[in-house]
Design a protein. Structure first.
Length: 199
């Protein structure tokens, strides 16, 4: 919620986490300038996720991609269904923008983002499963890696998504936080479904 309250980012937390976490680390929230993005990377993040500032100033994506490399610029998209389309929201999903999600991801890819992190606001926290229609539509518009989240409540939701859409990664929060499944259990389920997964 850093953008909403115009707070400083949690760079010290990123720095501390990076000392003990040896997987790619993406930091998002309140990245409003190249200085913010650089500080995030210097603090140990491998990538920075940008949402609100990107919609307010799309050229910032091009500037950041040119300065830091597309591989570390992630477009974060918070999508909500409205009037037969999906609208991109900002400020932690609290503010409407009128921006069409499908047009926006395509534009952002042209501006140089190296990855898209897509969250369904409608499904977030519901544990009802992923919005496969939304994810499929976005997948058709972009070629860059696509990470999706919002709605996972059981391991079967992950395998169902992967069978229907060619996503590059799946973000699960409540599934693990509330103990509905654990990471080894999810991996076993996916392997049992014939889905390639790192053990």
């Amino acid at each position: 919620m850093a953008s909403l309250y115009e707070r400083s980012n949690i760079f010290d937390v990123v720095k501390e986490a990076a000392q003990d976490v040896f997987i790619p680390l993406t930091m998002g929230g309140g990245v409003r300038s190249l200085e913010d993005a650089n500080l995030a990377l210097r603090s140990g993040a491998d990538k920075v996720a940008i949402n609100s500032q990107a919609i307010r100033h799309p050229e910032f994506l091009k500037e950041a991609a040119r300065a830091l490399g597309s591989q570390c610029i992630v477009l974060s998209v918070q999508a909500r269904a409205r009037h037969g389309r999906w609208e991109a929201l900002i400020d932690y999903g609290r503010e409407n923008t009128g921006v069409d999600v499908l047009d926006w991801v395509q534009e952002a890819q042209a501006l140089g983002v190296g990855e898209v992190l897509l969250t369904s606001v409608d499904r977030e926290g519901t544990a009802e499963g992923f919005d496969i229609e939304l994810i499929s539509a976005v997948r058709e518009r972009v070629d860059v890696p696509l990470i999706v989240g919002g709605g996972c409540g059981k391991v079967e939701h992950v395998s169902e998504l992967i069978r229907h859409v060619d996503v590059d990664a799946v973000a699960c929060g409540s599934l693990f936080h509330y103990g509905w499944a654990d990471i080894p259990g999810l991996k076993r389920h996916l392997a049992g479904e014939g889905i390639s997964v790192r053990q």
